[in-house]
Design a protein around this ligand. Structure first.
Ligand SMILES: Cc1cc2nc3c(=O)[nH]c(=O)nc-3n(C[C@H](O)[C@H](O)[C@H](O)COP(=O)(O)OP(=O)(O)OC[C@H]3O[C@@H](n4cnc5c(N)ncnc54)[C@H](O)[C@@H]3O)c2cc1C
Length: 331
């Protein structure tokens, strides 16, 4: 079997899907990317850990301008009770949407087939290939591919349809709003309160405010008011985007690979957003899953199992860190 005769469908054009698609393409496989969205909608989270840079380098992506206009951060201010510490953290504060948009453009320019606004309706494994039914506008398309990459994020559309469960460690949700701030400094501040955590990043006047709560005692309205107040009171800011609420709990999928498919990014495991590890994990898991798939196609059966072990290891480490952060032992 020759690699270049194999086609892999990547469902989802988040960072995990993009990274997997670029890696597979560089290994000589045919790649088709499908995404339900028309374009990248604003996403919360603008802190990219420096640990992502080696993966971006492997994929020859360090050239993109979103990385060059980003601000380097080497510490995070953490406040709790009356204390304040400066926690060392290496990474970049970047324009998230621009970053994802530029990666997509590069992938398309490198020759990857891209179908935005496309809904993966049905998928059936037939022993050695997948038959896909895809809805694009009013059209229904049928596609046969050799492998499928599950990169649909927290929705985990494929994983769920295949009957795999997500194990959630603890409940956590986030309210997110973006403000124009009169404070032109740059940096990240985390404030721990009795019932919630605030994460505030300021990037030359563009201020992102998130409130994380593990046992939401608030109504949604209270939550939204609180986020608005943080923006308004602390930063004399003007709300730029409507405040929205997101699931933010850490989770791990029961099986992250099976016959002909492999899960990457949030579809495989989700991390506590305060760790700022999700984007790095998305890029890294996309890269390693694509390499494992390539090895499996070329006759190394353990490659997928090794990938699964790596993901479980990372997820377990992250869950222990999150458990300490949110004092889960005291629940
Ligand atoms: C509040 C919050 C703050 C965060 N802050 C940070 C941070 O500062 N730093 C950090 O590193 N991480 C952060 N994260 C985590 C990070 O955003 C995610 O881990 C990362 O975006 C996951 O990438 P992904 O590609 O797996 O999924 P996503 O980015 O969610 O991409 C999934 C894609 O799948 C598509 N899709 C969905 N359903 C279908 C379907 N049926 N068919 C086809 N396509 C479909 C979607 O349109 C989407 O494009 C944060 C998360 C939250 C919730």
């Amino acid at each position: 079997m020759k690699n270049n005769q194999k086609t892999v469908c990547v469902a989802g054009e988040g960072l995990a899907g993009i990274s997997a698609a670029l890696t597979l393409h560089s290994l000589g496989l045919n790649v088709v990317v499908l995404d339900i969205g028309e374009k990248h909608l604003p996403k919360p989270g603008d802190a990219l850990s420096a640990q992502a840079l080696p993966i971006l380098s492997k994929l020859k992506l360090l050239i993109i301008s979103a990385l060059h206009t980003a601000t380097r951060i080497n510490q995070i201010k953490i406040k709790w009770d009356q204390k304040e510490i400066l926690h060392p953290w290496e990474g970049l504060l970047l324009e998230r949407n621009l970053f994802e948009q530029q990666l997509t453009e590069i992938a398309i320019n490198r020759g990857i087939q891209w179908h935005s606004k496309t809904h993966l309706k049905k998928f059936q494994w037939n022993g050695n290939h997948w038959d896909l039914e895809i809805k694009k506008s009013d059209e229904t398309l049928f596609l046969t591919v050799d492998r499928l990459i599950e990169a649909t994020g927290r929705k985990s559309v494929i994983v769920r349809a295949l009957g795999r469960r997500h194990e959630h460690l603890y409940p956590l949700a986030a309210a997110w709003g973006c403000f124009r701030s009169s404070d032109n400094s740059t940096g990240i501040e985390i404030i721990r309160n009795k019932l919630d955590w605030w994460y505030i990043s300021n990037h030359y006047g563009l201020c992102s405010v998130m409130i994380f709560s593990r046992k939401p005692p608030h109504t949604k309205e209270n939550w939204l008011n609180a986020a608005q107040q943080i923006g308004a009171i602390h930063y004399n800011s003007v709300l730029l985007t409507p405040i929205s609420v997101y699931p933010a709990q850490s989770s791990l999928t029961e099986n992250i690979a099976g016959d002909g498919w492999i899960a990457v990014g949030d579809a495989a495991a989700t991390f506590d957003p305060i760790s700022s590890y999700g984007m790095t994990f998305a890029l890294g898991s996309g890269y390693y899953a694509a390499c494992a798939l390539w090895e499996e196609i070329n006759g190394t059966p353990n490659a997928i199992r090794n990938y699964s072990m790596l993901i479980y290891q990372k997820a377990m480490q992250a869950q222990i860190t999150a458990a300490n952060r949110y004092d889960l032992t005291q629940l």
